[in-house]
Design a protein around this ligand. Structure first.
Ligand SMILES: *Cc1c(COP(=O)(O)O)cnc(C)c1O
Length: 395
């Protein structure tokens, strides 16, 4: 029945399991373990446990299971496994699939910690990684080989907001039998159905739009039942990256409103981008939803025309101008999360991407003047006024 529901209904009711008390709001099962009626029942459950039978919270928990089912319904995935953070999810998704001697092709525009896993950790275990410009399908085609096991990319890159063609890359990867793993955080599960577009495995940091109010760390990996239960779950449950039931409960509540929130944030982001585009203090206003964005065709096809909830502003005056601009903002906070109800401004070159070399930053278009702006739920007019005032203050 739930499969016939439309998105908003799935987000409110999907995955609900009620206890004997028939509570309205999902219960928080704040327990590490579960009591067995008998020794024989314990034995049977360790051999095989049914969907409502739990053993230990690292393996599964009713509140976590509700979250997994609800997000799987939203994504249109067969199954999901929740993780302690977005990075536990990315690491689990990749490491559970790979062994020494395998080859990975990855887009080079990545979240700093994703880059660390691909560049530093996997290499230590004998996995070779080739980096490509994710927006150039010719580079993907030239990089894949018969021993390519996984291709990995962020479907919308941080912080330069390049959009990668999921369907195009998936066709190239599948031709050599590789598994397509997509970090879909910036696209959000509301705007992009990566699995329908060819991804085999989709990863979210729930810390971002799924929580949406900046409270808790979490993540989730989605894919086929075979992959989630056969490959990922054994890796996650034995290595310990499982999600807290309390955080799962927050994310269940977050999913109830995610469609309303990210649509409001994306609508606001477009108005802000349009209001600031061409401002004399800006070298560039980057927002995938702008009709002038180089990949707007792909945005129409892959994201239903929505440009996401983040925009990036490249200030002409470099670091000094970026810092003066950040310090002059009165409504947005200076921080480094995104997808929050509060607007958040970040200077990637000195924070999230500080670890990169000057050359790497240059190659990725992360200039010293670049400011990433995660649009919150404040009044759009107030935000535009505040951003314009701050731009005027830097001259
Ligand atoms: C935040 C983020 C992550 C990591 O998520 P955490 O919850 O902070 O561990 C991974 N990928 C992208 C694109 C992100 O924005």
């Amino acid at each position: 029945m739930t499969e016939t529901w439309n998105k908003r209904t799935k987000l409110v009711h999907g995955g609900t399991r009620r206890s004997q008390y028939n509570e309205v709001s999902e219960a928080i099962f704040m327990t590490q373990g579960f009591v067995y009626d008998s020794a024989a029942q314990a034995e049977a459950r360790f051999i095989e446990s049914g969907p409502d039978e739990f053993i230990y919270a690292r393996y599964g928990n009713p509140t976590v299971a509700m979250f997994e089912e609800r997000i799987a319904l939203l994504e249109g995935a067969e199954d999901a496994f929740a993780a302690a953070s977005g990075m536990a999810a990315v690491n689990g998704a990749l490491t559970s699939l790979l062994k020494a001697g395998d080859h990975v092709v990855s887009a080079k525009a990545l979240f700093g910690s994703c880059l660390y896993i691909l560049e530093n950790i996997l290499a230590r275990y004998g996995v070779e990684v080739t980096f490509v410009d994710g927006t150039d399908l010719e580079q993907w085609r030239a990089a894949v080989r018969p021993e390519t096991k996984v291709v990995f990319f962020e479907s919308m890159s941080n912080p330069t907001l390049e959009v990668i063609d999921i369907e195009g890359v998936a066709q190239i990867a599948h031709a050599v039998g590789a598994t397509v793993v997509v970090d879909n955080v910036f696209s959000t599960p509301v705007f992009s159905n990566a699995i329908a577009q060819g991804a085999d495995v989709v990863v979210y940091s729930a810390t971002k739009h799924i929580d949406g109010q900046g409270r808790a760390l979490g993540g989730v990996v989605l894919g086929s039942k075979d992959y989630i239960r056969g490959t990922l779950e054994p890796y996650m449950k034995h290595t310990g990256g499982s999600l807290s039931p309390f955080h799962a409960w927050m994310f269940l509540k977050g999913l109830e409103t995610i469609d309303l929130r990210v649509n409001a944030q994306a609508d606001s982001a477009l108005k802000i981008a349009e209001a600031l585009d061409g401002h004399p203090a800006l070298a560039r206003t980057i927002y995938p939803g702008l009709s002038t964005h180089a990949q707007n065709d792909l945005v129409q096809r892959q994201l239903g025309g929505k440009g996401g909830t983040v925009l990036s502003l490249d200030l002409k005056g470099g670091k000094a101008a970026a810092f003066a601009f950040l310090d002059a903002l009165t409504i947005p906070v200076i921080s480094n999360n995104l997808g929050d109800a509060k607007s958040i401004a970040t200077h990637p070159a000195t924070t999230t991407h500080q670890r990169l070399s000057v050359d790497q930053r240059k190659e990725l278009g992360i200039t010293d003047g670049l400011v990433r702006f995660s649009v919150g739920l404040e009044d759009t007019g107030d935000l535009i006024r505040d951003l314009k005032n701050a731009l005027a203050r830097i001259g």
